[in-house]
Design a protein around this ligand. Structure first.
Ligand SMILES: [Zn+2]
Length: 226
């Protein structure tokens, strides 16, 4: 039985192979049986181009990363970097607020950096769990559903979480709340793309899933901070 693991980046149809090898130096990209376009043009592209297309929130770039490439190692490193960076930015912001209210510098706040990492981790885990659970339920409800995969959903969530890196420039240029708002908007749009690629193409179900996960995260945040 043939494996159909690869996904056409244009229409999402499953295909057997991305390219056909004729000799050691000759191969040709395969076209999709459903839409007649090249299944995955990104196979020949440099990583920089793919990265820019991800920043431009193109569905095709999301399909390439989630279905047709092996980027789990790089993604896990980027995820760890994002967690540490976003925790540090949030910690610096909260530390500045406390120092404005008090004449004393609270050196024990250094310990609170590790607590902040724990809080960010719990928030991210809760958001991801709610998103994937609602995504799984949505996949059962939708007629035009994709083949649901927890692994692809998790990788999509990891990609979306990396949008928290948007807050890092606020360390230099201030305006933390503006950068945080931008990162949250980008995160929600990216989650919508993950849902669209991994679950189904219903924007209604996508909006319910993304906003549901975001709402749960907003409810739990005050509890974590006290
Ligand atoms: Zn296609």
């Amino acid at each position: 039985m043939k494996k159909t693991n690869y996904s056409c980046i244009e229409c999402g149809a499953k295909n057997v192979a991305l390219f056909q090898v004729f000799s050691e130096n000759a191969l040709t990209l395969q076209t999709c049986a459903n839409c007649s376009k090249v299944i995955d043009k990104y196979v020949e592209y440099d990583f920089t181009v793919i990265f820019i297309d991800i920043l431009l929130l193109k569905f095709s770039a999301y399909r390439h990363v989630l279905y047709n490439s092996n980027t789990k190692t790089q993604l896990s490193r980027l995820l760890a970097l994002t967690l540490l960076s976003s925790s540090y930015v949030e910690w610096v912001y909260q530390k500045a607020q406390i120092q404005q209210r008090s004449e004393f510098i609270l050196y024990e706040l250094e310990w609170s950096f590790y607590i902040m990492i724990g809080q960010e981790l719990i928030k991210a885990a809760l958001f991801s769990f709610t998103f994937m659970l609602l995504g799984f339920i949505s996949s059962k409800m939708s007629v035009y559903r994709e083949t649901f995969s927890w692994t692809h959903m998790f990788c999509g969530m990891a990609m979306s979480y990396c949008w928290h890196l948007v807050t890092v420039p606020s360390l230099v240029w201030k305006h933390y709340s503006t950068y945080r708002l931008l990162s949250q908007i980008a995160l929600l749009i990216s989650c919508n793309h993950t849902f669209h690629v991994c679950v189904c193409r219903s924007y209604v179900l996508s909006a319910i899933t993304v906003l549901g996960a975001w709402g749960v995260q907003q409810i739990i945040t005050p509890w974590l901070q006290h």
